[in-house]
Structures are given as structure tokens and as C-alpha cells.
Design a protein around this ligand. Structure first.
Ligand SMILES: Cc1ncc(COP(=O)(O)O)c(C=O)c1O
Length: 394
């Protein structure tokens, strides 16, 4: 039974997509099965012909995975969803599923490192050219479009500098050139930004982050219109198999039930941390979407319903200062993950962005003193105290 779109988004996160079995369970069942049995040979034949509704094999579809897909689609306001093994599987499939040799892809340079790898290194191996631009500059999007541009890809807010790109304007540019727009919405979560409403054709998540929210399972999801999924994703996924496991889908499904209160609290904490750090003498730069001093504050106001669970800031003293600060933290743990119930911090220049050159880091605004804090569910006062105390070590 699916819960109608007439209910508010938070209600859909708890009640949508339930496929209740004959036992009438309250909590969704975990269908940990690879295959399905048929009542007769004729039924098996009909199922394979698509004439008998039902499941065939969990690489194609599984009831628990289905419940997760239905629930996230209902929240996002998407017609269809396909859950994948990881966020990278979702990004790769959303892009590869649309293109063929001779096509062209445009992407913003400030995207997650592995996404950049797929666009810059993998696509060209299969004859798909790509252009990487500064996504905050609309003229660069316009200039990059070619007659064979098939799709555009961006992430907003970006990692780790939390720049915000204008989804509605970029969608218009892509569509005018006959291309689609795919948005990686990980940093804002489905709670605070709705790319499909803003004109994007497809939205992808690493559900590994806020959707699980407790650091357990990897996963991803692709959301779009039924047509987009049928034309670009469904068959590719069925035949190549980057499917989400039923167990992970069950964890993600239960994660969705608490997504709203978790992300709300984490966002409130991040805003409070940002406010505290904004005037701190050991912090030379602070970036938080939602603050009036954010470089793209007007776009944030237009397209995001709230800020972010992440705060990026530059500690004085470069790498030495950043390391001293991170090492002095008692509660916040050093980890490159994000969106967890536990607060996590990372030094992008020596971890997630160490493979790129210093010049590229400079271009992306990733200085040696920059750290990215993912606020968790600890009491905000403990979090602020931990950060402020650790800054004394700088
Ligand atoms: C913005 C963004 N997109 C995609 C991914 C990839 O997700 P996963 O690690 O689930 O493959 C990540 C992971 O860190 C990410 O931060």
C-alpha cells in the first residue's frame, strides 16, 4: 500500500511504500532472498513475459528494496527510483546509462573525487568526451554546451567548500541545449533541497550518508521520472547488476523513518557551531549555507529550505594548525565520512583531496587549514565546547 502524496513529506517518510505480508507485521519485513518460486511452469513463463506481476530475481527487484525505492520516491516527489549498491554505483549508472560513444558530458569541477574520476577518466575511455567547468559560473555552463551534449552533472552544496550552484538556471541551460541535468543531492539531503522541483531530470544520493545516518551500510539511489528510469536506468541496472542488497535496503528504509528529526537537529547544531566559529580568532574563514556571508547566499535562499549538517572552516596556521585542532578534539572523531549520528571531521587537503595537485586544491578553495565538520546528534553544547576547546591547541 502506498501513502498518497496528499500527506506531508514527513508522513511519507514513515508510511510510504509499505508492502505488508500475510503476517501483518508493523515494521517492514526483510526479504532476504535471492529468488522467488512460481506456482507452476505457466506462471514462471508468464512472469518472464511480464504478464504476471511479481518478483523473479533480486538483482532485478526485491520487496524490501522496492519498499525503500517507493518510500524515497514518495518523499522526493519522483515518479520512480532504483536503489543501488553504493552512491558511486548510482552516479555511474545515472551518467553511463544515458550516453553512448560520441556523446559529450559537462560537469562542475567541485564534485566528489570518484565522480570526477568517472566523468574525466572513465567516460572518455568509452568515447564520451567531457568538459569540466566552474559550476558557479553560468556563462561557463553556456559556453560548454555542444550539439552532442547529452547530460550535465553537478553537486550542490559542494564538497568540501559548500559552494551552492543554481540548479534552476543550470537546468534551463542544459534543456536549451537538449541535454539533461543530474544532481548529486548528498550534501543538502532530500529534506532541504528538491532538485526535481527545481528542474533537474534526475537526482542521485549516496544513501551511505544521512539516509542510513548511523554509519552502517553503503547504498545509493537514482530518482527521476518513470520515462527517464525506463529509458536510461532500468535495463542497464537489470543487466549489469549494481543492485542494493535487501539487508541494506531494510536499513535504509528504517533510516528514512528518522531522517527528518535527525537532519533537522544536525542542521540546527551545524548552524550553532557556525555562529560560534564565525567570530573566533583562530578561524580565518567560515562557510555555512544559510549564513548571510555565504558566497552564494541569494541562491541558498532561493533553492534550499534550510542550511546544511556540514560546516567548512579554515583554522589559522595552515596544515599544522588544522592537525593540532583535529587531534585535540575529544568528542568529534576524525573520519572522511559524513551524515552520521556521530560528529566527524576531516582535513580535505590530506585525505579526500590529497590526490589532486596543490594548484587544483587552490582553484577549488581547499586551503591547508581547511577542515570539514559533519555535525552529529550529540548535544549541541557538548559539540560547541569540544570545538572551542580544541581550537586552544592551535
Ligand atoms: C557527494 C558524494 N557523492 C557520492 C558519494 C559516493 O557515495 P558512496 O561512498 O556511497 O559510493 C559520496 C561519498 O562520499 C559523496 O560525498
Amino acid at each position: 500500500m502506498s501513502v498518497s502524496q496528499k500527506y506531508r513529506p514527513e508522513t511519507r517518510l514513515v508510511q510510504s511504500g509499505i508492502l505488508r505480508s500475510q503476517f501483518g507485521e508493523t515494521s517492514e519485513a526483510l526479504f532476504l532472498t535471492q529468488g522467488y518460486v512460481y506456482e507452476s511452469s505457466a506462471q514462471a513463463e508468464a512472469r518472464f513475459k511480464g504478464e504476471d506481476p511479481g518478483y523473479q530475481y533480486s538483482r532485478f527487484a526485491n520487496p524490501t528494496v522496492h519498499m525503500f525505492e517507493k518510500r524515497i520516491a514518495a518523499f522526493e516527489g519522483a515518479e520512480a527510483a532504483r536503489a543501488t549498491a553504493t552512491g558511486m554505483a548510482a552516479v555511474t549508472l545515472a551518467l553511463m546509462g544515458q550516453v553512448k560513444a560520441g556523446d559529450h558530458v559537462v560537469a562542475s569541477k567541485a564534485i566528489f573525487g570518484s565522480c570526477l574520476y568517472v566523468v574525466e577518466d572513465y567516460l572518455p575511455r568509452y568515447g564520451v568526451s567531457s568538459t569540466i567547468i566552474d559550476g558557479t559560473d553560468l556563462d561557463q555552463w553556456r559556453a560548454a554546451m555542444r550539439p552532442n551534449t547529452k547530460t550535465c552533472f553537478l553537486e550542490t552544496p559542494t564538497n568540501p567548500t559548500l559552494e551552492v550552484l543554481d540548479i534552476a538556471e543550470i537546468a534551463k541551460i542544459a534543456h536549451a541545449a537538449g541535454a539533461t541535468l543530474v544532481v548529486d543531492n548528498v550534501f543538502s539531503t532530500p529534506l532541504w533541497q528538491s532538485p526535481l522541483e527545481l528542474g533537474a531530470d534526475c537526482v542521485v544520493y549516496s544513501t551511505t550518508k544521512h539516509i542510513d545516518g548511523q554509519g552502517r551500510c553503503l547504498g545509493g539511489v537514482i530518482l527521476a521520472s518513470e520515462k527517464f528510469i525506463q529509458d536510461n536506468v532500468h535495463i542497464y541496472m537489470r543487466q549489469t547488476g549494481p543492485s542494493m542488497s535487501p539487508f541494506n535496503a531494510w536499513v535504509m528504509l528504517k533510516g528514512l523513518e528518522t531522517l527528518s528529526p535527525r537532519v533537522r537537529q544536525q542542521t540546527e547544531s551545524a548552524a550553532k557551531v557556525a555562529e560560534t566559529l564565525a567570530s573566533h580568532p583562530k578561524v580565518s574563514r567560515l562557510i555555512y549555507p544559510g549564513r548571510a556571508d555565504h558566497p552564494q547566499a541569494a541562491i541558498v535562499k532561493k533553492q534550499m529550505k534550510s542550511g546544511s549538517t556540514l560546516v567548512a572552516f579554515e583554522v589559522t596556521g595552515g596544515k599544522k594548525g588544522a592537525f593540532a585542532f583535529q587531534d585535540a578534539l575529544k568528542l568529534v572523531r576524525i573520519s572522511n565520512n559524513l551524515g552520521d549520528a556521530k560528529s566527524l571531521i576531516t582535513h580535505p587537503a590530506t585525505t579526500t583531496h590529497q590526490r589532486i595537485t596543490q594548484a587544483q586544491r587552490n582553484e577549488l578553495g581547499i586551503s591547508d587549514g581547511m577542515v570539514r565538520l559533519s555535525c552529529g546528534l550529540e548535544h549541541v553544547d557538548d559539540l560547541v565546547e569540544d570545538v572551542v576547546t580544541a581550537l586552544k591547541a592551535v
